[in-house]
Design a protein around this ligand. Sequence first.
Ligand code: C2O
Ligand code: CU
Ligand code: CU
Length: 524
Amino acid sequence: MFVAQRAGDNQCMGRGDGNSAGRSWTGRIVVSVVVVVALIGAAGASLTYFWSSLRIDTQGAVEFTRPLAIPELASSTVDEDGVRIFDLQMQEGTADLGHGPGTRTWGVNGSYLGPTVRADRGEDVRINVRNELGETSTLHWHGMHLPAAMDGGPHQMVEPGQTWSPQWTINQPAGTLWYHPHLHGSTAEHVYRGIAGMFYIDDPDGPVLPDEYGVDDFPIIVQDKNFDDDQLSLSNRKLSEVGIVGEEILVNGTPGPYLEVTTERVRLRMLNGSNARIFNFGIYSESDGAVLPFTLIGADGGLLPRPALVQAVQLSPGERIDIVAEIPAGTSAVMRSTAPDLGADFWHSRLSGGDDVFDILQLRAAPQLETNTPIPSVLAERENLGEPVEVRQFTLLGTRINEQRMDMNRVDAVIDVGATELWEVTNGDAQPHNFHVHDVQFQVLETDDPMLSGVKDTVYIRPGQTVKLLMRFEDYTDPQVPYMFHCHLLRHEDDGMMGQFVVVREGQEAAVTAPSGHDGHSHP
Ligand code: C2O
Ligand code: CU
Ligand code: CU
């Protein structure tokens, strides 16, 4: 429509120019004014067109025709020392992501995404990570408290054809963690191609909750994608600095997914596995459109102290929520992401997907629902971490933290083991950022957001906002191997919005160098 209008304007201008030769000054001025107005109109029309094309709304327009894929539970064996052993192979493949069967993808033990790893608190685990991608990568256990050398960050590179076998003891409360590559400079691409999976930690001594995998407990990995024909498009959004902003949604790799709900309560462990997009998830009845409030029971690394009934929850990349929904028998509901409140100006908000609405997943409740366990009123205790012995300030701006770009040879913080620290993290920018810390789960201070009432490892920070994060570095000293902290908008992370810290014993000095053969800077 706009194109046709513009063509019409151009024809008018052409005629005006052709006839202007013999006209009076006033005539010429009139013609010039008409031309200028027409040009402004045309530019305005195309700008308006461009601007409105940046807003996506799929409400009511998604056909939910495919059953939601449920990642398999990773199989494991237990050796004679009681170590639970998993095998994860990063590999290439093809998958049907809604554009035919020939889309080239990456996955773990399969062609897209990976199996759900599940282990108990207190268990020793070893994971054989084999790299069959044909290029270097890493596999990071996001949210895990473990020795830095086992973390799978940028320093633990796995070369093609090699196997890396980290081993550690699961030493933290029940939570919904995940795994993904972390190769410095290439994390965005590796995650986007499809390497990601869930990591559930169970606590046999924790509260009783719905936890039958694939029956009343489902992983829900939400990702946005773009396609060029039938292949994934890796292009960053134009004019935006946040990187890839996808216009199509996949849940566990399924486009247009529905889930058959068979129990009164269905537990959904939701991960925002996108590169940059921020979602605002709610559940709506399909018969009358009414909001169906749901119960938030956990976020990131653990259960909340108490369940909270909420209408919507906003999730930035890397964050998780653990929710329990009750869909009335014989009805269906749709999980929808309405426009998230990014706290940014209208320009940055729209460019970052802040005005978008997506229908995500249909929940179809059977005519008869099985009874399952109710949600207890107390879920976890908020630990007293004590007073901070150190306060650190970090400001996120552009693709820098405190004006510095990530360097694998530089240590940004040396932390005494056992210390409780307060990190004050500011988004000094006009665009969205979030902040993720490896090794620990932190408490967010001075907030009444129920999602932030438990322990977190990733938190959204609005432009101009400062968040106060309290954390304790309990154990696992290593002066030579650092942990990371970074923005989890993956393009920002890759471009250098990341820093390193080591946890040391008294008297130890940091001695970190990038792995040999790697200069420690972003790949081009
Ligand atoms: Cu989810 Cu440092 O990463
Ligand atoms: Cu992480
Ligand atoms: Cu960022």
